[in-house]
Design a binder for this molecule. Sequence first.
Ligand code: NAI
Length: 223
Amino acid sequence: MERKEISKAVITRLPRYYRYLGELLEEGVERISSNDLSIRMKVTASQIRQDLNNFGGFGQQGYGYNVKYLYTEIAKILGIDRQHNLIIIGSGNLGQAIANYANFERRGFIVKGMFDVNPRLIGLVVRGIEIRGVEELEKFIVEHEVQIAALTIPKTKAPEIADRLVKAGIKAIWNFAHVDLVVPDDVVVENVHLSESLMRLSYRVSSMQDEETERRAQGQKQT
Ligand code: NAI
């Protein structure tokens, strides 16, 4: 497949295309036009055509997109057509919730191990995965060819653990701790902050409430 340099904005949108295409496949839909996809996804058809053109003509004029092909190609671009071994550092509430979410495995993310410092947690088993002491970290990463580490530990501990992970050969950190990590260029960090998402939601709901109050005030003035 011919591949142009894909912008970050497009990459950010690809998981959403992937999810919708997966749903279409489950419904047995084989082809879909950019117009129909645009109605489902609530984005413009021209945006869809522009985004998907990045990968060299998935669609054919008047014929639509081949759903299976597009789904497979997007999976390749996102790298979820292969297996990624993952570990979770910090096996508290969030770490265990992630370990318990079996669906990641459908996308090729295999939780190989969990780690913690709390002796009361070490030795427990979550969905078949044993929680180990962090002293085993480096050896485990090498032996299990781990690429990705989810950091679900307090922010004060995250930089030190990140350094250890990098030295042990980890290439990607899925960072839930509320701290910006400093890592070498060949290591990628994806920060996930639910509270930021909640703040964006708060902004939107507050704006709606303000508009409603404004409308009511205008209505009262007119009566
Ligand atoms: P928790 O207290 O239930 O779990 C944290 C675990 O990390 C504990 O089991 C603790 O023993 C362990 N831990 C502490 N130091 C460690 C170290 N050096 N190595 C290995 N394990 C260590 O807390 P919870 O609720 O699971 O949250 C975990 C972290 O994730 C916190 O930093 C929290 O602020 C953050 N968080 C982030 C969210 C996000 O959207 N980014 C959402 C919820 C929590």
